[in-house]
Write a new protein. Structure first.
Length: 491
């Protein structure tokens, strides 16, 4: 904001250096590194203070709020297992007065900073006062969430508030970044570097999960259910990584030496497998296959040959590990093999959800009547804010908010489909695959009704709408496509 009124501030070396870093590719990597450090070592508060300082600098001294986007993508996954208040009632720092006060104060500061910059940009940039493409779909879905349980005995302020938080997690940053980022000046490949950084950071968090002694029973059996982190179970982690999986393959197509990013994409796939989440492995495998096909179709000459070498080398490495470390692999993955295709109680949850839908077919029974078991329920008690959910988006919508919410969801989904397929670009293809991963995984799990994936989802949608659909970005895409084709043909 201050740069708009004090031109001399732009000449200050310190401000210029920080700005250059915040708009470089190194910054999203730093955001992912701080996410990992916070998650593995319980450094949430120091990291949150750092995030608050960065946001304060952005509000005052940067041209837009683009540097806030990587923090939005990483923020939810910073929570550590040791400080999870549900798992560690007596030792979590966030169950202490000091911890809670600091957290609430930081949230208040961050919210104030973001709203201040939002209002300033609306006033300063009247050309941005347009209606976003997905506005009416989000509005319909939000109203349906708020009305969930209406005319039933379960309709209360609590379920209304949860519905509000749900829709805000899905849409708040979509609207914020629509109005506060100068999208025509966003660096090429920004989507790829941000979500690749997040994906690799999450893979490191998965590896960190394996150092928990609680994973091994006294008889040496591997306990898959103890693969947890501070912000979710193995299913949550696997589904979130699957959302990010297409990003490195986008870079593999668009950047020089793309085979390096292809290799990183394969590492991300291995990270999904290590979560031992069956639904995430299924969805991630399908998304990986499409990404691999796109990489081969979008590259030529030596670039395509290098990608084929990467795929072959990774397949050989995996087979070698399975053969050489067969006993260890069997020990670790024994539980998932033992479960096989068992539905793990999902069909019973679905039946209960559909019964509740029939009780109030128009508006459902609200968000707190699901009978499914939830990790941490015993510690949190019946008054827990985060309720059990149905592990299926369609059942969740019908049971919690009725047919009204399903119609709103279909409307929103149609709008997102139009957004992705209108004025198609390579970037949109891969962003669409990220969204598709969330949609598919949410048919077997709760991802669409978890807050972390919602934040990533909102960032993906605004990048699809503004990062590629604007006239300047479309021209940039065309130039990049031609440049890549020429480079490949020369090779």
């Amino acid at each position: 904001m201050l740069l708009s009124y004090f031109d001399k501030l732009k000449e200050k070396k310190a401000i210029a250096v920080v700005n250059a870093f915040l708009y470089s590719w190194y910054y999203p990597i730093l955001a992912a590194v701080t996410m990992v450090l916070s998650n593995l070592f319980g450094l949430e508060l120091p990291v949150y203070y750092l995030y608050a300082l960065i946001l304060a600098f952005c509000v005052l001294f940067t041209k837009d709020l683009l540097p806030a986007l990587p923090l939005t993508c990483c923020g939810y996954m910073t929570f550590s297992e040791k400080n999870n208040p549900a798992h560690h009632v007596y030792t979590s720092y966030f169950n202490t007065t000091a911890g809670r006060v600091q957290l609430f104060v930081l949230v208040g500061i961050v919210a104030t900073l973001l709203v201040t910059r939002f209002v300033f940009d609306l006033i300063k940039h009247p050309e941005r006062r347009k209606i976003p493409a997905l506005a009416f779909g989000f509005l319909a879905l939000g109203i349906a969430y708020l009305l969930g349980g209406l005319f039933s005995e379960y309709y209360s302020g609590k379920t209304v508030f949860f519905g509000l938080v749900q829709i805000l997690s899905l849409s708040f940053f979509y609207f914020l970044f629509f109005y506060t980022i100068e999208w025509k000046e966003v660096p090429h490949g920004y989507f790829g570097i941000v979500f690749t950084s997040v994906a690799l950071g999450l893979v490191v968090e998965v590896v960190g999960m394996y150092f928990d002694p609680a994973l091994w029973a006294e008889d040496g059996t591997f306990i898959r259910g103890n693969l947890v982190t501070g912000w979710g179970l193995y299913n949550n982690v696997g589904g979130t990584i699957a959302m990010c999986l297409p990003a490195p393959f986008y870079l593999a197509v668009k950047e020089k030496n793309g085979w390096i990013y292809n290799l990183l994409g394969n590492v991300v796939l291995l990270g999904i497998i290590l979560t031992q989440s069956r639904s995430s492995i299924l969805v991630g495998g399908a998304i990986y296959a499409v990404c691999a096909l796109l990489v081969l179709l979008k590259t030529k000459g030596r670039a395509r040959i290098s990608h084929l070498i990467v795929y072959g080398a990774m397949l050989f490495a995996v087979l070698l590990c399975i053969v050489a470390l067969r006993d260890r692999v069997v020990e670790i993955f024994y539980s998932i093999v033992q479960i096989g295709f068992d539905d793990n109680g999902r069909f019973e949850i679905y039946r209960n959800g559909l019964k509740q839908f029939l009780d109030n077919p128009f508006f459902g029974n609200g968000f707190y009547e699901c009978t499914a078991w939830q990790l941490g329920t015993g510690h949190l008690g019946e008054d827990a804010f985060l309720p059990p959910r149905y592990h299926n988006t369609i059942v969740q919508l019908l049971a919690s908010c009725g047919i009204v919410s399903l119609l709103a969801y279909v409307f929103h989904r149609v709008q997102t489909g139009i957004l992705i397929f209108r004025r198609r670009t390579t970037e949109k293809y891969f962003i669409g695959l990220c969204v598709l991963a969330l949609v598919m995984a949410s048919l077997l799990d709760c991802h669409f009704f978890n807050f972390g994936p919602g934040l990533l989802y909102s960032c993906l949608l605004i990048m699809a709408e503004k990062g590629t659909a604007e006239e300047g970005s479309a021209e940039r895409e065309d130039r990049t496509e031609k440049g890549t084709e020429q480079e490949n043909s020369i090779q």
